[in-house]
Ligand binder design. Structure first.
Ligand code: A3P
Length: 311
């Protein structure tokens, strides 16, 4: 995103709907300027009682959790999952509000609206900018957070790889820390949802937890979605299906080819890149790791929590 095209949006919530214990007087987000014209189509989106929203800061494990959620919600319908791309089964509702007509792929909010129930809708927007009926109707919302050092790397590789960011990784890290990358600021995004994690309509997990205990997350998710318990054979099959290797090879969930067709990515672009926890350890300089740690500390001190409380 070129800086000239970005803007910062401030939204006052007055705590009207969102069950946040710490009431932010206002929040803001880095988005392209065109979002301002399209924002109300999301904010005023007509929510159905059985909708499920999957919300993340980008590169935090959205696709992984989307596939798990869609399958659990759809009685493990692998046939349909094989026939239709995840991007169609679980629409990313923000996309056309961010790019306007540049996407050339129709109106993503309308596409989300047209999904058959129970709809499984993806968004990267922070709590305050999501459809406000989510908070009024208290529909299910699934959130996944990922540690910021892996997020910045995954995000930087993704945007640079697909030709959407022209600077170096170092410049990208600067932008991320300055909350100038799309959907930033990161910590407000994560913290507001973490704070609401005990609400009955919120499911909170982390990429790290999914890596450590996918079975446990799937069991908890299945219960949250009010679906019948899985047999051992069903669980085994699902865990297999959700493994990094299997999802990377699965063209109906891995968007690499779709992105290659629509954008300007280099030949070596891979959406499913490493799929591990701690890729920063061998990809980020010690200095950059320290910078991100110090930046995180500032937020965490303000929130009066520790990194370990979330991750
Ligand atoms: P890396 O770039 O670190 O490999 P999102 O879906 O939110 O855009 O997140 C993408 C990140 O999740 C990428 O991280 C991708 O490899 C990882 N990912 C996707 N599916 C995964 C899976 N089944 N297991 C582990 N990681 C997965």
């Amino acid at each position: 995103f070129e800086r000239s095209k970005r803007m910062v949006i401030h939204v006052s919530t007055n705590g009207e709907f969102i069950p946040l214990k710490w009431n932010w007087p206002e929040t803001w987000i880095s988005v392209p300027a065109v979002f301002k014209d399209n924002f109300s189509s999301i904010y005023d989106f007509e929510v159905r009682n059985d909708d499920v929203f999957i919300v993340t800061f980008p590169k935090s494990g959205t696709t992984w959790l989307q596939e798990a959620t869609w399958l659990l919600l759809n009685k493990l319908n692998y046939e349909e999952a094989k026939r239709r791309h995840l991007l169609e089964r679980s629409v990313f509702m923000d996309i056309s509000t961010l790019y306007g007509e540049q996407t050339n792929k129709g109106d993503s909010v309308a596409k989300a609206a047209e999904l058959k129930s129970p709809r499984c809708i993806k968004s990267h927007l922070p709590a305050h900018l999501l459809p406000r009926q989510i908070w009024q109707k208290k529909v299910k919302l699934i959130y996944c957070a990922r540690n910021p050092k892996d997020v910045v790397l995954s995000y930087g590789h993704f945007l640079r790889g697909k030709g959407a960011y022209n600077g170096s990784m170092e410049e990208f890290i600067d932008d991320f820390l300055n909350a100038e990358t799309l959907y930033s600021p990161y910590w407000i995004h994560v913290y507001t949802m973490w704070q609401m994690r005990a609400e009955p309509n919120i499911f909170f997990t982390t990429y790290e937890e999914m890596k450590q205990n996918l079975r446990g997350v799937v069991e908890r998710l299945n219960e949250f979605l009010e679906q019948p318990p899985l047999s051992e054979a069903q669980m085994e099959k699902l865990l297999n299906h959700l493994s990094f290797e299997s999802m990377k090879a699965n063209q109906q969930v891995n968007p690499t080819e779709v992105i290659k067709k629509s954008g300007r990515p280099g030949a070596d672009f891979q959406f499913m890149r490493r799929g591990i926890v701690g890729s920063y350890k061998d990809e980020l300089s010690v200095r950059n790791q320290q910078r991100i740690n110090e930046w995180s500390e500032q937020y965490l001190n303000k929130f009066n929590i520790k990194m370990n409380d979330i991750f």
